[in-house]
Design a binder for this molecule. Sequence first.
Ligand SMILES: [Zn+2]
Length: 324
Amino acid sequence: MSALEEILAESLPCRTVREDKLRGRLNHCYLVLTEDDAVRSKLCRMIAKIALCPNGGCGKCDVCEKIDDGAYTALNIADKDKMSVEDVKLLIEDTFFTGFDGDLKAYVVTNMQGMNERAQNKFLKTLEEPSDGVVFVLGAQSPRSVLATIYSRCKKLNFEGFTVDQLKETLEEETPWGVARDGLDREEVIERAAACAFGSYTRAKKLASDAEFARLFALVADILLKMTDSKKLDEQLARLAPYKNDLSAVLDMTETVLGLLLSGEGGEFGAIEGLKSTFDTASVVNSLGLVASAKRKVESNCNAQSVLDALFLGILEVKYLCRR
Ligand SMILES: [Zn+2]
């Protein structure tokens, strides 16, 4: 098992389902909730294995071995980003088939947020009248990603995110040797990524392995730190010029950095540490509100550059107002 899998195996979602299984009280539908895409996909698979294995996911029996080899016919995994009504129809039809390994069948759908309302309504009927011996393991970014009628029928499994130490452990294993960046050696790259990932494995991986992502992170944090008056704001915003064709990445990153400030995580790292002394909680919360509305404007096709300019001016005002 990888370090990531070992940590996930002991997470609340896995422990909950293992307990249900061993007590003979398996639910017929579980909903795994986390925005961390890679983790959601992994957790859904692990939970299906726990449900199918007679020993709650021992990793040693025939069932587990077959699942690991991708050869267990009673495990069905749908991990498309988007699922159409037609996809759902095929999945439902499959639940009627008999003649598969074991006496329990599991269906995994990792991206419920990619299933539109019509498709979800179709799916709902199956959840309302489940066939015997069928377990559904659904994954979604947030409760808002699924219809309330589906949500209420599932046993919810929230994944709360990783600690900095857990992220370090997984990155230690997964980061190539010889990675060095921004004057940091491999250990320091890992440490920074883990501390700045805000509990998210996907973000930690990006920070450790995607030079562009790490550069933008540092740049946005530095701009937020250095913008002190409106006259010099243009000078700071000009630093974002290389990203003018991808301003939504800048918006996402601004949200990430502010979110990190709010959570109080982020360790002792330069940029974030400096920001803590210039933004108080109220100004972070207000700034996050401004980012959310800027994102909505960009989604509804407002000019991204002017939205971004207005956003940073707004954040600057908030930064001042709250300090007075
Ligand atoms: Zn097993």
